[in-house]
Design a protein around this ligand. Sequence first.
Ligand code: NAD
Ligand code: UDX
Length: 463
Amino acid sequence: MKITKICCIGAGYVGGPTMAVIAQKCPHIQVTVVDLNVDRINAWNDPNTDNIPIYEPGLSEIVAAARGRNLFFSTNVEKAIDEAQVIFISVNTPTKTYGKGKGMAADLKYIELCARQIAKIAKENKIVVEKSTLPVRTAEAIKSILDNTGNGVQFQILSNPEFLAEGTAVTDLLDPDRILIGGDTTPEGEKAINALVEVYSSWVEKDKILTTNVWSSELSKLTANAFLAQRISSINAMSELCEKTGADVNEVARAIGMDSRIGSKFLKSSVGFGGSCFQKDILNLVYIAKSYGLSEVADYWEQVIIMNDHQKRRFSNKIVQTLYNTVADKKITFLGWAFKKDTNDTRESAAIYVADDLINEQAKISVYDPKVSRSKILSDLDYLATRSSTENENLVQAFDDAYAACNNAHAVAILTEWDEFKTYDWKKIYDSMQKPAFVFDGRNILNKKEMEAIGFVYQGIGS
Ligand code: NAD
Ligand code: UDX
């Protein structure tokens, strides 16, 4: 089967960039990305592509070139489903906040809604692709809904998890380590797998396109995220031991990373990992393991989250202790609010939790992030429901300029590793701050010796 029309349900951090790249690389395919969120679709259609809702280096150029040609953003979900041969489901699968599995299991209500809508509309055979990250065996549930509520047409369900990381989404999509496609081992299943392989092989070498059964594909995505996050928690665990022993975690990471069996990536000690995926996916994995009665497996992976929570708390405690055990009424400036550099995404960012701890200690928080607005910062804090929105508004200020944000501060805390922070005139910042002037570098991006030479009391992570 030759694919000429694709629809993607969900115009978020995954659906938007992924479909933009498919449209760029496959000009013969019409790609329509749909979403229920009217504001988000309007932003994707903004005449000025700098205003698209997701900041990713290189993305606005790709959207500018393909939009209106073979890339479309729309709220007309039904029409797009009806016309497409292949439907990607790329909706959010957050941690459940209610009922059974609250705080652990993935909330699949958006997935189920998509399946029911596809079943209702489809009048011809379709391939449905799980692009969202899902618990292993979700394809079974989707198939059951499609077969029992549909119009008698045939559906093939494929699992095609996305491995892009935010901040590098475009390069990850253009040059992926691998593409994973799981499907039924029946002849129809293989036909569907081959149709999707054809799409990706427009720009990805065939030997990087891996095909497996559906369950392996679903579980591989959770496994990959668990392994990546586990590396960060492992090095963060060592960072605390380094601080007690005089070892330096950067040196330890370099020394172990040069062992080719370990590898050098994902060994940067930090204030703790954030982002929409790691915590949610590990909690989901823990829940799945528990539901099969595998308590040791569940406990093993849960420790990655426990360590990460500890690392965030340890950072805020360190600030309070160093500032003579009180931060009440002190101005503490956060450089960075996003969960990593080169993204405007703040989901589960360590900054939110560190700020919340410090506000509990009655600190006044000032924030500068090149891509995050004051309203987003406040809504992130409000979401924790620790205090009223009015209190958050009174205690948190946001600035468009880093120097203004640091003016008169007792301490600066670096929460995100934005490159521009390294190029600042730190002497100028020092001169404008209260003394002693403290810098807490939650990303180890500044040079300790240079900062101390200026006069700062500087504390990084793990040394
Ligand atoms: P997101 O919240 O940015 O986007 C999801 C979009 O789906 C939202 O705009 C929402 O309005 C829309 N939506 C929800 N239900 C809908 C429905 N019934 N009909 C139409 N639209 C609907 O989420 P995201 O970050 O793009 O993540 C999507 C999935 O991809 C998740 O399962 C996530 O785990 C996975 N994933 C995310 C990343 C990442 O880096 N963000 C990477 C790999 C995989
Ligand atoms: C992650 C996975 O990397 C990606 O493959 C998957 O598809 C989605 O989830 P993402 O969350 O976008 O991607 O970013 P990632 O680069 O993994 O960073 C996650 C968090 O870990 C960030 O807060 C980052 O700052 C932190 N991190 C990463 C570290 O603290 N140290 C490191 O060495 C690497």
